[in-house]
Design a protein around this ligand. Structure first.
Ligand code: FES
Length: 71
């Protein structure tokens, strides 16, 4: 899904950039170009970055509970 319309940047591109160590908004702007034009994508870019930094399971459903049954 396109997050930044101006620069045609997808959420996948943002995620992989953050995983590669680009964790600042200015770094993302420099490497992907997002937020550099109209800036409307800023809050979405930040949200995606925060999701990646928090790691899987930090928010939004999905039970990671693993139980073992003795038997
Ligand atoms: S939508 Fe990203 S800078 Fe305009």
């Amino acid at each position: 899904m396109y997050i930044c319309i101006c620069k045609a940047v997808t959420d996948g591109q943002i995620r992989s950039a953050v995983q590669d160590g680009v964790t600042s908004m200015s770094g993302l702007r420099e490497s992907l170009g997002c937020t550099g034009q109209c800036g409307k994508c800023g809050k979405h870019v930040k949200q995606i970055r925060d999701e990646v930094l928090q790691g899987p399971g930090a928010s939004s459903g999905g039970s990671a509970f693993t139980g073992s049954s003795a038997g």
